[in-house]
Design a protein around this ligand. Sequence first.
Ligand code: UDP
Ligand code: MG
Length: 316
Amino acid sequence: MNKKISIIVSVYNEEEVLFEFYRETIKVLLLIDHSYEIVFVNDGSMDGSRGLLFKIAKDDPNVKVVHFSKNFGHEAAMIAGIDHASGDYLVCMDADLQHPPTLLPEIMKKFEAGYDIINMVRTVNKSAGIVKNITSSAFYKVINRLSDNKLVNNASDFFGISKRVADILRNNYRDKIRFLRGYVQNVGFNTINIEYEAKRRFAGESKYSIRNLFKFSMNTIMTFSNLPLKLGIYAGIMAIVLAIILAIYTVWSFIKVGTPSGYATTICLICFMFSVLFFIVGIIGEYLGMILSELRDHPIYIVEEKINFDKAKKEL
Ligand code: UDP
Ligand code: MG
């Protein structure tokens, strides 16, 4: 039975790679025996990406474009792509050819075999330096230790989902701060992991700075685990034990020497207590911020313009 494939591509300042990506992907898609659409989500690019997408979409009605009103981030772009895709099988990919389109036939085979979720797992990430590779594996270790929801190590933003999984993401996972890759892995259904070698970026530079990645990791740990909130209890217990030891020491030195060193003890204790307190207050503040952004309920993204969506409807 002929099914429709939706390729979802997030684009942020990718003028150097866009056309090459389109060419490579189309080459592969034309060989697959299904109809297709490519949904480009332009995440507020400031370079020539917008013009290029306009050109590509003009010549190919199967190319759809969603332009955001500003940069909302990669995750928001993927969500928008999933929201706007109309296929039976959806595949999210990066525009920089790090996720090789040549793997699409293999992904399609898994869909046809009845899998709902296909996680593409990086074996080597060629363009990431040692620091990025080490921090990335440390991130997965931490999150898997802290959270009940287990994540596949080195899963990437390259994944395939069936329509029914996409519908769940569309309707039930609308958190403002989220980790889509993690959600995809925790909805259940028939899941399979395929290993692949992440290629170097075709051109241009990575849009993720270390600062971005740190913020992203913190958000993820906090969405997937409430354990940091419990740190207060552990810190409290430690502080009580320390206080008891200090009290015993004070009494003992009073009996023994007659004059316990009150000043040093007091300063140490105050510093320790305050640092614990500030740390815990900080963690609570972060979680409060998250609750606040959910309560505000602002949109995950704002669309400025859509291209080729109406045409597709007429065709149907
Ligand atoms: N991206 C995006 N919005 C952003 C940052 C990145 O849509 O704010 C897109 C980017 O165009 C690319 C993908 O997300 O298609 C992955 O970004 P990048 O290659 O910079 O990340 P890396 O592969 O280095 O982790
Ligand atoms: Mg990349």
